[in-house]
Write a protein that binds this ligand. Structure first.
Ligand code: ANZ
Ligand code: ZN
Length: 846
């Protein structure tokens, strides 16, 4: 028997598929269309195992759909703008464009070696003008439709490097390079009106039944629609302050009012009071993210004002507080320390009353002495007319009362804010707007698109290279011709990934996409990617799609009707056993490829100087550069071939769970590929005879696998293929066996496509197995397992019958009476009575 030469077969079939453009999707096909997409990669350098797993899953589905008669769109491209390219420019002096394009070339070659059924003719990279120029046109279409506006908003400012920092460049509140405390600064920035679609984006989730519930819930929480009450407190200086609450039920538990540092009340106080001004300055320090606001110490400044409780429950002190955001609600709140954790921390610090108004089980006492707020459900207590009501009833009651009496009104609010898209960075899509002293903001005329990034930029000093480029930003105003300035900000890279799936479906030169062609492919029927994108990317893409519908460019409601979030690839971690190591903690991790395995499996690391340091095994964790527990797919493909890697990625764990990479696992996969090959190699050309047991097994497998692949339960499909392979191996030569081997090749083709092609050709089949039709199921052969039935004559066992389980009584009786042994035992007598116990026994009384 020969051995399957994976490397040779991989290269050969990849070339054949390429030459024949096997996986190029035809826009004009008469077949039903199916769009299978995996989240496109960021070209960070090399393909990692997470990519391999992700793309293998999508590939199996795409190949299966092709075989079942669909015209499949399965494209690939590059999410090619972003910070890492600029970091590389700053650290290594390489141009972001060169770095990115080099990485793309490397990663493309690596993806090709895995034999994915991708339509490379549709490849795109978001960093090229033929992509981002169209994005600029979409931005302008949104601008014209009033979905884009500009307003002042806070950014992270590094006072030493004098530059704006991305959130990921702020580490523990300090600039990543300077180490200086980051400040909040206001800049004029562009926003997309995602909040206009907040209700639609929540309601649309209901129809996404092929999305994981957990992702739908995350989206819903992110949008955070809540019903609340707005009302005004009258202040002791005869002014007033409007607050917003989602817990009007707790109104009798209020013990203070707090306003944001940039609230007008705070600002006017600061104008007269230098302590207040200093406090406000202090609030500006610290990060701008929600998480930072949540965790930072709660600080307040007593304004000396008091607010009159709207239901006559006394006067409340008014504070300026760092945990109140100007951008949310009204920028002012009333604090209920017993039932809100931030308020609790604040009240504890400033010794304000903490009064229970929602019973915590049996506990109804107004005095509250727990060490955290109680935020659960319960019955209202210590709340006058609200006592005894549930939280929900009390909310409704207070809102109704406020509306009746005219001091407040119920409102719907959203946690979701408009999407700030301006980034003070080079490596992104230039925002196509020109600022003119006379005309204000002027969109770049369409015929001047794309606004192309200048190539000659420097990264030797901090800041935005576009802004300090000597000529790029200086242009004539398109409207009046006067000297004007380009916007030097670029778009958030989430904009690039919000419509790439549309450009894959249709990519004319002269416009972002053709409406009819794009609509013929969309929505993406199955989208596969990491759960880390469950919120922002998916929400932005859903918004972008709706915005396109709003401007009449695309009539699609939801971009992705099916979503699957796959688990991670994990590996054991290894650490140098150096007890009193005082360097950075990360320095002790060792990559699995650098280990030496000694006697009894003891691990060590050999230094360049020839010393041997013992190594400890650590936990199994997500493969990551920081823990150095990555396994580079490339040498694995070199050693075992693409099919073994693909098979392993599918076989071990359910796809939504983590998959632990192991040497044993990949070796097992390789052995299976070889087993398949031996089966083909050993199969004689001519054989006769039926093997109904094998036929049945085969058809059960065909039926089962189809369901498994549709459900993306690849590990179950793999298990069934193992079983079928064993059954064929054990069977004697027969026409059934020959047919089973041919059919098996079609069944494994989506998973191990190179071996399947090689074997298909070796068996003399015409065409490519990739183009072959998925096997049909013979329903008659799906009957459950067989049963053995005892046949007695006058109570004595005379024969056994093997019959299909559930066979009819008369068929069983007829089979028993036809038995030679029974005929002999009857000695010519006519049976008087035949008793059939289905699936068990036939007793013949003569
Ligand atoms: C009184 C109260 C009592 C509140 C209680 C909560 C619990 P969600 O549900 O996330 O929408 N809030 C309102 N505006 C704010 C702002 N600008 N900055 C910081 N906090 C603000 O949050 C709404 C709740 O967050 C509101 O309800 C308000 O505090 C606070 F037991 O009012 B609550
Ligand atoms: Zn002008």
């Amino acid at each position: 028997a020969t051995r399957f030469n994976a490397l040779k077969a991989d290269a050969h079939w990849q070339q054949v598929w390429d030459e024949r453009r096997t996986y190029a999707a035809d826009d004009h096909s008469a077949k039903p269309k199916s769009y299978v997409l995996e989240m496109f990669p960021y070209p960070s350098g090399k393909i990692h195992m997470g990519h391999v797993r992700n793309y293998t899953m999508g590939d199996v589905l795409a190949r299966y759909r092709r075989m079942t008669g669909y015209e499949v769109l399965h494209p690939m491209g590059w999410d090619a703008f972003g910070m890492p390219a600029e970091n590389a420019a700053m650290e290594k002096g390489v141009h972001p464009g060169n770095w990115t394009r080099q990485n793309i070339a490397t990663m493309k070659a690596q993806l090709k070696r895995l034999g994915f059924a991708l339509d490379w003719t549709r490849e795109l990279a978001t960093c090229e003008p033929d992509y981002y120029g169209h994005e600029q046109a979409l931005f302008l279409a949104f601008y014209e439709a009033g979905l884009v506006y500009r307003k002042e908003s806070a950014v992270n400012w590094d006072p030493v490097d004098m530059t704006v920092l991305a959130n990921e460049q702020v580490i523990d509140g300090r600039g990543w390079r300077s180490g200086a405390l980051v400040e909040k600064r206001k800049l004029s920035q562009w926003f997309l009106k995602i909040t206009q679609f907040a209700d639609e984006l929540i309601e649309g989730l209901g129809a996404l039944e092929h999305w994981p519930d957990k992702v739908r819930l995350m989206q819903e929480n992110w949008i955070g629609r809540s019903q609340g009450l707005r009302f005004r407190f009258l202040l002791s200086d005869s002014g007033s302050v409007e607050v917003f609450t989602t817990r009007p039920d707790t109104i009798y538990g209020a013990s203070f009012v707090a306003v944001a540092a940039d609230h007008p009340i705070a600002q006017s106080l600061a104008a007269q009071n230098s302590n207040a001004a200093a406090f406000i300055e202090r609030c500006k320090q610290g990060g701008t993210t929600a998480a930072e606001l949540e965790t930072q110490e709660k600080l307040g400044f007593d304004t000396g004002l008091t607010a009159a409780h709207p239901l006559g429950a006394g006067e409340l002190p008014v504070y300026i507080a760092n945990f109140v955001l100007m951008e949310y609600g009204t920028g002012a709140v009333f604090g209920v320390p017993a039932h809100d954790q931030r308020d609790f921390e604040f009240a504890t610090k400033y010794k304000l009353p903490i009064r229970r108004v929602v019973a915590d089980g049996e506990r109804t006492d107004p005095a509250f002495d727990d060490d955290a707020a109680y935020t659960g459900p319960g019955v209202l207590v210590n709340s006058r007319e609200l006592d005894g009501m549930s939280v929900e009833d009390a909310k409704r009651s207070v809102i109704a009362r406020a509306e009746e009496a005219g001091w407040g009104e119920g409102t719907t609010v959203y946690r979701l804010r408009d999407w700030g898209v301006s980034r003070q960075r080079y490596w992104g899509t230039p925002i196509p707007v020109i600022h003119c002293a006379a005309c204000g903001e002027v969109p770049v005329p369409r015929e001047q698109l794309p606004v192309v990034l200048p190539e000659d930029v420097s990264f030797d000093v901090p800041g935005n290279p576009l802004d300090r480029h000597p000529t790029w930003k200086h242009v004539a105003c398109p409207r009046c011709g006067a000297e004007a300035l380009r916007d030097t900000d670029t778009l958030d890279t989430f904009a690039d990934s919000s419509w790439y799936f549309i450009r894959f479906a249709s990519a004319p030169d002269d416009k972002p996409f053709d409406k009819a062609v794009a609509e013929s492919w969309l929505p993406v029927g199955q989208y596969i990617g990491g759960v880390e994108h469950a919120i922002l990317h998916l929400l932005y893409a859903r918004f972008w799609t709706r915005a396109l519908r709003h401007v009449g460019m695309l009539d699609v409601a939801e971009p992705f009707t099916g979503l699957f979030t796959q688990g991670m690839v994990t590996h054991e971690t290894y650490r140098l056993d150096i007890p009193d190591h005082d360097g950075p903690p990360g320095a002790l991790w060792v990559n699995p490829a650098d280990l030496t395995v000694g006697e009894g499996g003891a691990l060590s690391f050999e230094t360049a100087e020839g010393a041997s340091i013992p190594v400890l095994r650590g936990r199994v964790e997500k493969m990551s550069k920081s823990k150095k527990n990555t396994v580079d797919p490339e040498p694995i493909v070199d050693q075992y071939g693409a099919d073994a890697v693909r098979w392993f990625m599918l076989s071990d764990s359910p796809p939504e769970r983590d998959l632990e990479w192991s040497e044993n696992g990949i070796e097992g996969a390789w052995r299976f590929v070889q087993r398949l090959w031996r089966l083909v190699d050993a199969e004689p050309d001519v054989a006769a005879g039926q093997d109904t047991v094998l036929d049945r097994k085969l058809h059960q497998t065909i039926a089962g696998i189809a369901g498994d692949i549709e459900a993306l339960s690849f590990n179950k499909a793999v298990a069934k293929l193992y079983e079928l392979t064993s059954a064929i191996e054990k069977s004697a030569p027969s026409t059934s066996r020959a047919n089973a081997v041919d059919t098996l090749l079609r069944l494994v083709a989506p998973m191990v496509p190179h071996l399947a092609e090689e074997a298909w050709a070796a068996r003399g089949k015409s065409g490519l197995v990739a183009d072959a039709a998925w096997p049909e199921v013979d329903a008659a052969l799906l009957v459950e397992d067989e049963v053995t039935i005892a046949v007695q004559v006058n109570g004595k066992l005379r024969d056994t019958l093997v019959m299909a389980k559930g066979a009819a009584k008369d068929a069983t009786e007829a089979a028993a009476l036809a038995s030679d042994k029974v005929v002999r035992a009857l000695e010519g007598k006519t049976p008087r009575k035949v008793i059939v116990v289905p699936d068990r026994l036939v007793n013949i009384v003569a």
